[in-house]
Ligand binder design. Structure first.
Ligand code: ADP
Ligand code: MG
Length: 362
C-alpha cells in the first residue's frame, strides 16, 4: 500500500463533528431531547454545581445528532457553550485548548498548568455547557484528569454531555448517575427518514412503493445512519429497484458473529448501499481503503488519485473534475464519506466496507 502520510492532511480532528444541526431534517428524538435537557437543568443547582450526563448507544444511532439538538436547545441560551469532538485519542491539552478558544479569543496554550488555570478562569461566574462528542478513552486515570479539568470553580456551574458507543466508558465517566441509553428509532421513524431522503412525497408511484419502503425501513434495525444511507441509494429508483433492494441476498449474509444483532443490520444495509453503486463509484470508494483508518483525506488529493488511476470515465455531459465532485457528493450522501467543515477534508466513515472490497475491485 502506498505511504500517504505526507499527502494526507494530518489534522487532529478525526471525524470532526460540530454543534450545528439542521433541525428540520431530524426525525423524532424530540422526547429524548426534552428528557436530557430536563435532566441536566434539574440536576445542576447552586448546591450541585457540576453534572455529567453520558449518552451511549451503537454507532450511527444518532448520539451526535441528539447532543447537537440538546446543545442548541433554547434553555441553554444563557450558557456559554463548548463543543468538543474527542474521538479515539483523548488529548487533555487539546480539550483544554478547545475550551479556551471557544470561551475566549485566546488560541494556543502549550503548558498543561497554564491550560488548567486558564480554563478555571474562564469558567468563573459562568454557566457552562460542554459536549464531549464520541469518547473512546477507557483509561480511568485519564478520565479522572479530564473530570478534574472540568470541575467548576466557586461561582460557576458546569453541565457536561459525553457521547460514547461504549457503555463501560459511560459508567466510568460518571459513577454517580445512571447513563442515558439511546434507543434505536422505531421502524416508522426509519421509514420517515427514507421518505425524506428519497423525496417520497413528490413521487407518483407512492402507493406502489409504500409497502416495500416500509419493509426496507424495518431492515434498518432502528439505526438512523442505515436509513439515511439506504434512502439515498433508493432516491430516483424504480419500484423494481426498490423491491430488489428489499429482496437482496446481502440481508441474509452472515456479516457478523451474531447475524441477528443490530451491527449486522447496519453493516448489511451499508453493504447493500455499496452493492447498488455503479461500478465506477465502487472503484472510487473502495480505493479510499488505502488511507489509514480515521485519516483526514484532502479532497483534491483524492480526486487527483482517482484521475491518475484511470477511475474516471470521460463523459459528454461533465468534465473530469465535475464528475469527481459528483462522486464525492454521492459518497457523502450515502454517509460513506463525511465532510469536516472545519478542516475542509473528507473522512472515510465506512473503512471496513471499503477495505472489504478494495482487493476485489482492483
Ligand atoms: N433522528 C434522525 N433523523 C434523521 N437523521 C438522523 C437522525 N439521527 C441521526 N441521523 C443521521 O444519521 C447519521 C448518523 O447519526 P449520528 O448522530 O452521527 O450517529 P452516532 O453519533 O450515534 O454515530 C447522521 O448523518 C445523522 O444526520
Ligand atoms: Mg457520533
Amino acid at each position: 500500500m502506498p505511504d500517504n502520510s505526507s499527502n494526507v492532511q494530518q489534522v487532529t480532528g478525526i471525524r470532526e463533528t460540530i454543534s450545528d444541526v439542521e433541525e428540520e431534517l431530524i426525525i423524532g428524538r424530540t422526547e429524548e431531547t426534552q428528557e436530557i435537557v430536563a435532566t441536566l437543568c434539574e440536576s445542576i443547582t447552586p448546591e450541585n454545581k457540576t453534572t455529567i450526563l453520558p449518552i451511549y448507544g451503537i454507532g450511527g444511532i444518532g448520539k451526535t445528532t441528539l447532543a447537537q439538538l440538546v446543545f442548541n436547545d433554547s434553555r441553554f441560551t444563557g450558557y456559554s457553550r463548548v463543543w468538543i469532538h474527542v474521538s479515539q485519542n483523548l488529548d487533555l491539552n487539546k480539550i483544554g485548548n478547545s475550551i479556551i478558544s471557544q470561551l475566549s479569543d485566546e488560541s494556543h496554550v502549550t503548558s498543561k498548568q497554564i491550560i488548567s488555570k486558564k480554563v478555571k478562569e474562564l469558567f468563573a461566574g459562568k454557566k457552562i455547557l460542554i459536549v464531549l462528542d464520541d469518547m473512546w478513552e477507557t483509561n480511568p486515570r485519564t478520565l479522572k484528569e479530564l473530570k478534574a479539568m472540568l470541575r467548576p470553580v466557586v461561582s460557576s456551574m458546569v453541565a457536561v454531555i459525553v457521547t460514547t458507543r461504549d457503555e463501560a466508558i459511560a459508567r466510568e465517566i460518571c459513577r454517580a448517575a445512571e447513563p442515558y441509553k439511546l434507543d434505536t428509532l422505531t421502524d416508522k421513524l426509519c421509514w420517515k427518514i427514507i421518505k425524506q431522503q428519497t423525496a417520497f412525497k413528490d413521487r407518483s408511484d407512492k402507493q406502489q412503493l409504500k409497502r416495500v419502503g416500509k419493509e426496507i425501513a424495518a431492515k434498518c434495525g432502528g439505526v438512523a445512519l442505515a436509513a439515511q444511507s439506504l434512502g439515498y441509494t433508493l432516491k430516483g429508483k424504480t419500484s423494481d429497484e426498490w423491491e430488489s433492494v428489499r429482496d437482496n441476498y446481502i440481508w441474509n449474509l452472515s456479516t457478523s458473529a451474531d447475524p441477528s444483532s443490530i451491527d449486522h443490520e447496519v453493516l448489511a444495509s451499508l453493504l447493500l448501499s455499496y452493492s447498488r453503486m455503479p461500478d465506477w463509484l465502487k472503484l472510487c470508494f473502495s480505493y479510499c481503503a488505502v488511507f489509514p483508518k480515521g485519516h483526514n483525506i484532502a479532497k483534491h488529493y483524492l480526486i487527483h488519485q482517482w484521475i491518475a488511476l484511470g477511475f474516471i470515465e470521460p463523459s459528454k455531459m461533465f468534465d473530469t473534475m465535475q464528475l469527481c465532485e459528483k462522486y464525492v457528493t454521492q459518497l457523502l450522501g450515502m454517509s460513506f464519506l463525511e465532510y469536516s467543515k472545519t478542516f475542509l477534508v473528507l473522512i472515510l466513515t465506512q473503512h471496513t466496507v471499503a477495505k472489504k472490497y478494495y482487493y476485489k475491485t482492483k
